[in-house]
Design a protein around this ligand. Structure first.
Ligand code: SF4
Length: 400
């Protein structure tokens, strides 16, 4: 075979491969068309994926033709180089052109696609809201979280833990305090021997959680120790009587009704009431009540809805070794270590205004993915697969 004949055969082969390439391109388009259910917009929007497929496909086709060329031209160094360059050039030119075409078409397709900001749910019907005051804490932390938990009932799956989890320990603590104060009813009883009242209260709390055997015994001892340490803190207070224990109240905010249960309300002998919330967390500060998006709006909500005349609003921090009251009072030295808030009425008015704003936002269906402190808030939330916040931050799902 003469050189011209060999070269003509080589060109025919090239044309054949070029034809195959075009046929594959047409096939890709046809498949995209069918899978896009004959919708030209969807088809165009899917073109980048077709292009990506081609980008992967073309170089192997080009290199396979190069293998054929190599067999034919191995005896001629110059032709060998020419063949190599033309093959690679053709392969990569096709890739670049395909990419450009795909990008171009998707640009025009994107101009015709409709998009909308999914930040708003339908308004909430007036009346009782499922989830109680926790809904407003969620609304402050992230409006989407309030929507997902309060209205879609989205909750994370519970994970089993060995021993008691935080919720169980909280239940034990609340049951212990309920039983202690049901027996004592005020500061006068703190002067007496409290061992029997403490033992009975710890016994009832452990029974409520259906703990048994040695585990129950250890918990009884632990609870009795906590109660003794806490009652030492209560002894340092001015005289008081217990006015309400774990009282259920409905709180109305922005036309909605939230169920709540107040841990304790005391009546002071010199007038006024103290609102008390038991907590065992270390990271506790009254600053968590401040601002239009408070970290813990529960006590401010109870305070603005309380019919009693309030003299102090406090956390009872019940961590062994760190027990104390924390909060604000309208007069100095009303409770040990509790800060005086000089403009008491202004504080209550601010809490009311902030609570109304949160309630109104939830009622109006405001549900943007807007965590209060960015990913710091999200780390304490289990809903990222639903809100897809990580896609908003990074398209590949990495935590930025
Ligand atoms: S993970 Fe973050 S953005 Fe998503 S619902 Fe929770 S707090 Fe909001």
């Amino acid at each position: 075979m003469t050189f011209e004949e060999q070269y003509a055969a080589y060109r025919r082969k090239k044309r054949w491969y070029a034809g195959l390439f075009c046929a594959l391109f047409a096939l890709c388009l046809a498949v995209s068309w069918i899978t896009a259910k004959f919708d030209p917009l969807t088809l165009l929007a899917g073109l980048p994926r077709t292009t990506e497929f081609l980008v992967k496909l073309v170089p192997p086709i080009g290199l396979s033709t190069f293998g054929a060329d190599l067999r034919e031209w191995y005896w001629d160094g110059a032709k060998w180089m020419e063949s190599l360059l033309s093959t690679l050039l053709m392969a990569y030119l096709a890739t670049v052109l395909g990419t450009l075409l795909g990008g171009f078409l998707s640009f025009f397709a994107a101009r015709n696609l409709e998009s909308f900001e999914d930040r708003k749910a339908p308004p909430v019907a007036p009346g009782k809201v499922r989830g109680g005051t926790r809904v407003l804490a969620d609304q402050a932390a992230c409006p989407f979280r309030a929507f997902a938990r309060g209205r879609l009932s989205a909750e994370p799956l519970e994970e089993p833990e060995s021993g008691l989890d935080a919720r169980d320990r909280g239940k034990l603590l609340h049951a212990l305090m309920r039983e202690v104060w049901t027996r004592l009813r005020g500061s006068e009883a703190l002067k007496k021997d409290l061992n029997a009242a403490i033992a009975q209260s710890a016994e009832i709390a452990v029974k409520e959680l259906e703990l048994e055997g040695r585990f129950a015994e250890l918990e009884r001892e632990r609870l009795a120790k906590i109660a003794r340490e806490w009652l030492d803190v209560e002894r340092r207070r001015a005289p008081f009587s217990v006015h309400a224990i774990e009282q259920k109240r409905d709180i109305k905010v922005a036309g909605l009704q939230f169920e709540s249960r107040i841990d304790r309300v005391d009546e002071l002998s010199d007038g006024g009431h103290v609102l008390i919330d038991y907590k065992s967390s270390r990271m506790l500060t009254p600053k968590q009540w401040d601002g239009p998006r408070p970290d813990d709006p529960q006590l401010p909500l109870y305070a603005v809805a309380a019919p009693e005349e309030l003299a102090a609003v406090v956390f009872a921090r019940m961590r062994p070794g760190e027990m104390r009251f924390m909060g604000y009072s309208r007069a100095d030295k009303l409770l040990p270590q509790v800060q005086l808030y000089r403009d008491w009425q202004k504080l209550l008015d601010t809490w009311k205004r902030d609570a109304d704003a949160l309630g109104a936002a939830f009622a109006a269906g405001d549900a943007p993915v807007d965590p209060k402190e960015g990913l710091k808030t999200c780390r304490r939330c289990e809903l990222h697969t639903l809100c897809r916040v990580y896609e908003k931050i990074s398209p590949v799902g990495d935590e930025a």
